[in-house]
Design a protein around this ligand. Structure first.
Ligand SMILES: Cc1cc2nc3c(=O)[nH]c(=O)nc-3n(C[C@H](O)[C@H](O)[C@H](O)COP(=O)(O)OP(=O)(O)OC[C@H]3O[C@@H](n4cnc5c(N)ncnc54)[C@H](O)[C@@H]3O)c2cc1C
Length: 468
């Protein structure tokens, strides 16, 4: 077996959002950094995602008259997680999120839009093309001198020392090669949505959900750290994401087809094949995802009118109803009855549901599901009345598994006795503890950036490169 020495200060495993931010920060701190990616193309789930970042107190929000703050974001994150999240991690996110936003902007990235999404009490999802973010980060990573290798799957972690002295010193690749780093290893391997065995073991309630994350996201980082006694947290809380289209995109248009649609936050209702609503649509799309799995065939439909279609926008991609229509995912019809027939929904059921919903919008009767807002208390529901009408057959996707390695606020992985595993860091989706019971939209990308940068700084201090 060849040993490639201790040529590095930091090894980052996985080249999505989290891994790129970790590597770039490490290089900018003066470290010699190696970024390893298992697949041939960097990006993982980040490449497929909606590109929404949950930031607060930004200039774009101010320009739009949206009053937001780190404190409100922190409160919303804790409320979303039903206070089962690790409060220290949430506080660290709130403290560092604005700095992360400015750091991304300083790379030339411009967030184009701010919109409202699940678990947010004010609009704070800052949208940007995720592929542009990845390409910009990748360019910067290379220019900063990071050594990048694709097709380089890490298989396990190397340690030295026993007991209290044990520390992570490097990685072994599937090829048999070993590489060492003085400051340690940051795991940024994403989730395990593509690992059927881990889904069955940890989140069997989601076995019917459609796997949607990065193709390399098979929980490798989780397994490697688990083998060293890492504490795994939040596994029971993983939820699917509502809004994964059921129809296949028109052949040749797969890349343009949105992977998730959430028209309910702009006025759609959600019904099952009987045409009945089954949840207050203003709640988190994770909670809607749970209920969708309980419907016959785990099937639901987002139903809306032209008034909602007029709000379609390319970003965030979950609001790109126009692209959903153009790529054959969304059905359009001149009347609700025709729409129901095209989608296989009971037409009488749907018509009666819409009538009751419109009456509730007018204040003539209480909403049958208790809906009073578009999303989490924000915005007023509007009547479904202006044709043409639109319907999306959709289900719950397992886009992400927001759980895993418990870390402290420096992103150091903790063991089952709550002690840091020396030299081991985790960031991004593989990290647990942050979200608690429910995930707030937009918080995963930002989390990867925030905790990746904190991990890099800590590891380089360990390596004696960065100042304490
Ligand atoms: C359809 C969809 C929409 C989403 N929308 C949003 C959104 O708008 N906002 C938001 O915040 N989140 C969103 N998410 C979730 C978000 O995209 C992910 O949680 C986030 O991108 C994860 O980033 P990451 O860097 O941790 O992991 P990834 O981006 O998945 O990167 C992990 C990388 O690690 C590599 N890897 C795995 N194992 C190994 C190994 N053994 N050795 C080397 N490399 C390895 C993988 O191949 C992959 O490239 C969405 C997800 C999906 C699927």
């Amino acid at each position: 077996m060849q040993d490639r020495s201790t040529d590095f200060d930091l090894i980052v495993v996985g080249a999505g959002m989290a891994g790129h931010c970790t590597a770039l920060e490490g290089a900018r701190q003066g470290g010699r950094v190696l970024l390893l990616e298992k697949t041939e193309r960097y990006g993982g789930s980040t490449r497929m995602c909606g590109g929404a970042f949950a930031f607060a107190g930004t200039d774009i929000q101010k320009k739009l008259g949206i009053e937001d703050s780190a404190e409100l974001l922190e409160q919303d994150l804790m409320a979303a997680g039903k206070h089962r999240n690790d409060a220290a991690l949430v506080h660290a996110y709130a403290q560092h999120q604005y700095e992360a936003y400015k750091w991304l902007e300083a790379l030339g990235l411009r967030f184009e839009k701010v919109s409202l999404s699940g678990s947010q009490s004010v609009p704070r999802n800052h949208s940007i093309d995720p592929v542009l973010v990845l390409e910009t980060l990748h360019d910067n990573v290379l220019r900063a001198g990071v050594a990048y290798r694709s097709g380089a799957a890490v298989q396990r972690l190397l340690t030295e020392g026993e007991g209290e002295e044990r520390r992570v010193v490097g990685v072994a690749l599937a090829s048999g090669e070993t590489v060492r780093a003085a400051g340690g290893v940051a795991i940024a391997t994403g989730g395990f949505s593509r690992a059927a065995d881990l889904v069955e073991r940890f989140v069997p309630h989601l076995r019917a959900a459609r796997p949607m994350g990065g193709y390399g996201n098979t929980g490798d980082g989780l397994r490697m750290a688990w083998a060293l006694g890492a504490d795994l947290i939040d596994l029971g809380y993983v939820k699917g994401s509502f809004g994964a289209p059921v129809a296949a995109p028109t052949p040749g248009m797969e890349e343009q087809a949105p992977r998730l649609i959430s028209a309910m936050y702009r006025g759609a209702i959600v019904v099952n094949a009987a045409g009945r609503r089954f949840i207050d649509e203003s709640v988190s799309y994770k909670a809607i995802g749970d209920r969708c799995l309980q419907q016959p065939d785990a099937l639901a439909f987002q139903i809306f009118d032209q008034q909602v279609m007029d709000q379609s926008s390319p970003l965030p991609t979950v609001a790109d109803y126009r692209a959903a229509l153009d790529t054959g995912l969304l059905r359009q019809a001149g009347s609700l009855r025709d729409l129901a027939a095209a989608l296989g929904i009971d037409p009488d059921g749907l018509l009666a549901t819409v009538e009751r919903y419109n009456a509730a919008c007018d204040g003539r009767e209480p909403d049958e599901m208790g809906r009073t807002s578009l999303s989490t208390g924000y915005g007023k529901p509007t009547r479904i009345e202006r044709g043409p009408f639109y319907g999306l057959a959709c289900t719950t996707g397992l886009t992400s598994t927001y759980c895993g390695l418990h870390t402290d606020t420096d992103a150091r992985v903790l063991d089952v006795f709550d002690r840091p595993i020396e030299g081991l860091y985790a960031t991004g989706e593989v990290m647990g503890g942050f979200h608690g019971e429910t995930y707030m939209s937009g918080s995963s990308l930002a989390k990867g950036c925030i905790f990746g940068r904190l991990a890099a700084r800590h590891a380089l201090r360990r390596a004696g490169v960065a100042a304490a």
